[in-house]
Design a protein around this ligand. Sequence first.
Ligand SMILES: [Zn+2]
Length: 117
Amino acid sequence: MNKKEREYYRKKLLEKKQMILIRLNGFYTESKDIETDVAQDPVDKADSSYTKEFLLSLSDAERELLLHIDHALLRLHRDEYGTCQSCQKEIGKKRLEAVPWSSLCIECQEKAEEEAG
Ligand SMILES: [Zn+2]
């Protein structure tokens, strides 16, 4: 994979990551407003951790996706991006285009899903 391609996928990954974070940020601001209106007991308010709320506001899928994206960015940095983590073959460009954070080629992914399911 050449530098131009790596840059292209890096941008794609960062855009996706930002989309998730912006959506979460919207939720975060909203829930904070609601809390200011509703919360009456200051002890209750102190108890609720914003970090916890932030993580809870992520769905499992989004949490997982963020992890995948971060891993993909790391692999880009290490020049391992686009290589299957299981069989070391090249992940198809078509697959990277559709799922830029994939770490497995389609064959290994299907095998992993079979084993998990
Ligand atoms: Zn593979």
